[in-house]
Design a protein around this ligand. Structure first.
Ligand SMILES: O=P(O)(O)OC[C@H]1O[C@H](OP(=O)(O)OP(=O)(O)O)[C@H](O)[C@@H]1O
Ligand SMILES: Nc1nc2[nH]cnc2c(=O)[nH]1
Length: 195
C-alpha cells in the first residue's frame, strides 16, 4: 500500500508514488531512470551536432541547475558553462507575468555557439526574455534545451531545439523544480494530482 509523504516533514526519498508539498498532493510522473535516459539521448545529440565546436551552455538558475549538471556529464565534446538567474514565479504556482534578471551572464558571448539550458518552458515568458537578452550579446548561434515543455501553455512562438518531455498543463515539482523553494532535491518529477 502506498503512503503519501509530506515533504515538509520527512527527508526526500526516491520513487514514492505520492507526496504532499505545501498541503497539495502530487503524484509520480517521471522517475529518475527515465529522466536520465532521456538526458543521455540529448547529450549524444548535442555532442554529434556540435562536433568540432565548443558550445557554451547558459543555465537558467535556479531550476535548471540539476538538468545542466547531468546534461553536461553526457556531452563528450569540449563545452563551457555559465549561469543567468531569472525569476518570475515567486512562491506561487502561476507566473507573475514579470521576469526579473537577478544575475547576468559573466562570459563574453559574442561570436559563441550558445545553448540555453532550462528545466521547463511553461508560458514561455522566461525564454522569450532570454532570447531578447541574448540578442544584446551578439552570439554566433543560439539553441535551446529544455527538459520539460508545456506546449498548451506556451504563448510566444519559440523554437525549442532539444526537449526532454512534453507534459500537460499542470504544475510539476522535483529535479530542480520547486514549490515555494522546496522539492528541488527530489530525483524524480511529480505532477499536481487534481483528484
Ligand atoms: O515559461 P515560464 O512560464 O516563464 O516558466 C519557466 C520558468 O519558471 C521557472 O523559473 P522560476 O521563475 O520559478 O525561478 P526558479 O528557476 O528560481 O525556480 C523555470 O525554472 C523557468 O525558468
Ligand atoms: N516548479 C515549477 N516551476 C514552474 N515554472 C513554470 N512552470 C512550472 C511548473 O510547472 N513547476
Amino acid at each position: 500500500m502506498s503512503t503519501t509523504r509530506d515533504l515538509t516533514e520527512a527527508p526526500a526519498q526516491t520513487h514514492e508514488q505520492t507526496i504532499t508539498c505545501r498541503g497539495e498532493r502530487f503524484r509520480l510522473y517521471l522517475d529518475s531512470d527515465r529522466i536520465q535516459k532521456r538526458i543521455a539521448e540529448i547529450g549524444r545529440q548535442i555532442s554529434n551536432e556540435y562536433e568540432g565546436k565548443t558550445p557554451i551552455l547558459i543555465s537558467v538558475l535556479n531550476g535548471a541547475f540539476m538538468f545542466t549538471a547531468d546534461l553536461m556529464r553526457t556531452i563528450d565534446i569540449d563545452c563551457e558553462v555559465d549561469f543567468i538567474k531569472l525569476s518570475s514565479y515567486g512562491d506561487e504556482k502561476v507566473s507573475s507575468g514579470q521576469v526579473h534578471e537577478l544575475k547576468s551572464v559573466d562570459a563574453n558571448l559574442e561570436g559563441r555557439d550558445v545553448i540555453v539550458i532550462e528545466d521547463i518552458v511553461d508560458t514561455g515568458l522566461s525564454m522569450q526574455f532570454m532570447m531578447n537578452r541574448l540578442a544584446d550579446y551578439n552570439p554566433k548561434s543560439v539553441r535551446v534545451a529544455s527538459l520539460l515543455h508545456k506546449p498548451a501553455s506556451t504563448e510566444p512562438d519559440l523554437t525549442l531545439d532539444y526537449v526532454g518531455f512534453e507534459i500537460p498543463d499542470l504544475f510539476v515539482i522535483g529535479y530542480g523544480l520547486d514549490y515555494g523553494q522546496i522539492a528541488r532535491n527530489l530525483p524524480d518529477i511529480y505532477i499536481l494530482d487534481e483528484k
